[in-house]
Design a protein. Structure first.
Length: 323
């Protein structure tokens, strides 16, 4: 098939592009290279089935010919990362809402199947231990800038479901839970690459808050396998799926795991959220997915556990240091 991946030069997008090329598809990565990079796709730049197109999903005229060309669209392009959300709110909101609106409108115009990437952030500060796709969303006030990303991605989901229900557009929605792996950068606030980079450099490992907040991490290869299988599943159309792992760890324990795997003597220090992000920030204490639904639809099971993920990330950063 001809497949368009918006955000295809990003962390998840670049891994998806490689898997699609390996399966024999023709792939266009459409990316504005803000958080994505040519470096992420350097291994496939010479591939005869691949093309990197630099463009912004907010610009419909640039995007349209590639949606028309494609048989399927994976819409991963987004403004993401806590740092981006906190420092560039207008860019974040317009990219996440207007970009998705353009993709869906064009997919509807040319009748193309779409996967819309959403996020576990849409659950907000929910305290359930295992979040189900049908759970309520619990947000803080609009004066807390952190929630603009969650609100924008929730609107993306509403819009995707509306196109499916009113116009019959084949749409699949996925909520990624803390996807991690090689090529992810800590530059935008992602915790695992930040901890690993700090440990390898002998710098203090900076834990935000008290470190008792818990997360569940997903290997990028597992996430990519899940979304490809969902796009191949007809009954997944019009549905929302958690893509993640049920393995839970506190941020304090994550820091200790990174120290153990790297052999680093870096100290662990705690910083107040306000010190890092200012006073317009709020965090959630828990975020773990219930993956019953995705297991039922495509038999999904994560193959790489947290230790395996951390080993791969440490190896990646060590290799980067040698280059």
């Amino acid at each position: 098939m001809n497949i368009l991946v918006t955000g295809g030069a990003g962390f998840i997008g670049s891994h998806l592009v490689e898997s699609l090329l390996d399966a024999g598809h023709q792939v266009v990565a459409f990316d504005n290279l803000t958080t994505g990079s040519r470096e992420n796709v350097k291994g496939v730049l010479a591939h005869p089935g691949f093309r990197l197109v630099e463009g912004d999903v907010r610009e419909e005229v640039t995007l349209e010919p590639w949606v028309e060309w494609a048989d399927q669209v994976y819409h991963l392009a987004a403004a993401l990362g806590v740092k981006t959300i906190m420092e560039k709110a207008v860019y974040s909101i317009t990219t996440n809402i207007r970009g998705t609106e353009n993709v869906l409108a064009l997919a509807d115009k040319y009748r193309k199947k779409v996967l819309v990437a959403s996020t576990s952030e849409v659950y907000g500060k929910h305290s359930n231990h295992a979040l189900k796709e049908t759970d309520d969303r619990i947000y803080g006030p609009t004066t807390i800038r952190r929630w603009n990303y969650a609100g924008a991605k929730a609107m993306d989901e509403f819009l995707a479901l509306a196109y499916h229900q009113e116009r019959g557009l084949p749409v699949v929605i996925v909520r990624f839970f803390n996807t991690v792996g090689p090529r992810q950068t800590g530059q935008y606030g992602m915790v695992v690459p930040r901890f690993v980079r700090q440990a390898l450099a002998g710098e203090p490992i900076t834990v935000y808050g008290d470190g008792n907040q818990t997360r569940s991490f997903t290997y990028v290869g597992d996430a990519v396998r899940a979304i490809i299988d969902l796009m191949a599943c007809p009954r997944a159309e019009g549905e929302i799926f958690n893509v993640g792992s049920g393995q839970v760890i506190s941020i304090n324990d994550l820091a200790r795991e990174v120290l153990a795997l790297t052999g680093s003597s870096s100290p662990i220090i705690h910083l107040d959220y306000e010190e890092v992000y200012g006073n317009s920030f709020e965090d959630m204490q828990e975020r773990t997915p219930d993956i019953t639904k995705i297991k039922e639809y495509i038999g999904f099971e994560p193959r790489v556990d947290l230790k395996g993920i951390l080993v791969k990330v440490v190896e990646y950063f060590r290799e980067q240091e040698r280059l």
